[in-house]
Design a protein around this ligand. Structure first.
Ligand code: IMP
Ligand code: MG
Length: 197
């Protein structure tokens, strides 16, 4: 490799593209159109689940042709591992009250369903006008609790995926596509910190 070239992080051969950027963008626009129709004339309030939903949320809100407000909640169910511990923790609470709002929870992926189940139960007790879920991805084979997302991007097989907000060990969120890392448990910052020469 020439001295002024560096290995490409995004074109790493360890990453098998599952959903490319064009498909993601097209589907998010469709969801935006559907939400625009369904919530016309109502007080739409998006609640993004940090950090995984940040990319989906920022594209989705620009595809919704309605006045809306935003908030974020930080929930962690995984720690640094790639399997669910079943333990759900609030790392950042909401800034504004949900009372009397039409709340749409925006989540990156439904895996076991434990995170959304926990959140939906809390939100139901906060006098919302309505409550629905928009999830980019769903892995039905992994469900431990049945959770219904009114707006769903893609159903995927039981693979650990990264990109478009989803991470492994906090890395890979910035990929513009969804990929399956061939060996997620062995990905660490060190794997791509060298220039690869
Ligand atoms: P659940 O509580 O098991 O449904 O887990 C939901 C959370 O786990 C998601 O919001 C993600 O942050 C994380 N997660 C689940 N599956 C994956 C994956 O395949 N890649 C990256 N993060 C995942
Ligand atoms: Mg998440």
């Amino acid at each position: 490799m020439a001295a002024n070239q560096r290995a490409s992080f995004m074109n790493d051969s360890n990453l098998k593209v599952l959903i490319d950027s064009d498909r993601l963008q097209a589907r998010v626009r469709e969801l935006g159109r559907q939400i625009t129709e369904d919530y016309a004339g109502r007080e739409l309030h998006l609640v993004g689940v940090l950090k995984g939903a940040c990319v989906f949320m920022s594209d989705l809100m620009r595809a919704i042709d309605l006045p809306l407000t935003l908030d974020f909640i930080g929930i962690s169910s995984y720690g640094a591992s790639t399997t669910s511990s079943g333990e759900v923790r609030i790392t950042k609470d909401l800034d504004v009250s949900l009372a009397h709002k039409d709340v749409l929870v925006v989540e990156d992926i439904i895996d076991t369903g434990l995170t959304l189940n926990y959140m939906v139960n809390i939100f139901r007790s906060r006098e919302v006008n309505s409550l629905a879920i928009a999830a980019l991805l769903d892995k039905p084979e992994r469900h431990e609790i049945e959770i219904e997302a009114r707006y769903l991007g893609f159903t995927i097989p039981n693979h650990f995926v990264v990109g478009y907000g989803l991470d492994v060990g906090e890395v890979y969120r910035n990929l513009p596509f969804i990929a399956v890392p061939e060996n997620p448990d062995h990905l660490t910052r060190r794997d791509f910190s060298s220039t690869g020469e």
